[in-house]
Design a binder for this molecule. Structure first.
Ligand code: S3P
Length: 164
């Protein structure tokens, strides 16, 4: 068994919302890598970053992603999952869709949410840096992309379904 759909993209691209919506439409399970890590470790992502450091989080992220890719349903990866060469290799040949978002829309959606440790302080500036680094990586792993700016989650879900 393997995931029917894998969503990648920046924080604020709507991976979790759209992923849950599509899983509900299809009557399939939905998993969000961040949420699975939080449940297993018993800490929020922000607490893992603060207590254990980013490298520990990235190691959990890499192993949890590898495991969940082989489970059925819809899977939302963390925005930084594509930084891992092992994860990029594991995504080859999978039904990966990149939810694209511009900085302005991502910043609006993320807001001042303290659950995202990498965005604390200067959300817009940090998103610019993340997107500059990661845009080529999302493009590398994705089979298709969907523009999410000014779209409702339902519209984005429709666009993903229209990819076939
Ligand atoms: C991160 C994105 C977060 C979470 C962690 C690191 C990143 O997931 O995995 O805070 O490096 O962009 P979302 O993309 O769901 O916000």
């Amino acid at each position: 068994m393997s995931a029917r759909l894998v969503l990648v993209g920046s924080p604020g691209s709507g991976k979790s919302t759209v992923g849950a919506l599509l899983a509900e439409r299809w009557g399939e399970p939905f998993a969000d890598v961040d949420a699975v890590i939080e449940a297993r470790v018993g800490k929020s992502v922000a607490e893992i970053f603060a207590d254990d450091g980013e490298a520990v989080f990235r190691a959990f992220e890499e192993s949890t992603t590898a495991e969940l890719l082989d489970a059925p349903g819809v899977l939302a990866l963390g925005g930084g999952a594509v930084l891992s060469p092992a994860t990029r290799a594991a995504l080859a040949g999978r039904p990966v869709v990149w939810l694209r978002v511009t900085i302005a829309h991502a910043a609006g959606r993320v807001g001042l949410n303290e659950a995202r440790p990498l965005l604390l302080g200067n959300v817009r500036g940090r998103l610019v840096k993340l997107l500059n680094e990661r845009t080529p990586l999302y493009a590398e792993v994705a089979r298709a992309s969907v523009d999410t700016d000014a779209q409702t989650p339902e519209q984005v879900a429709d666009a993903v379904e229209a990819l076939g």
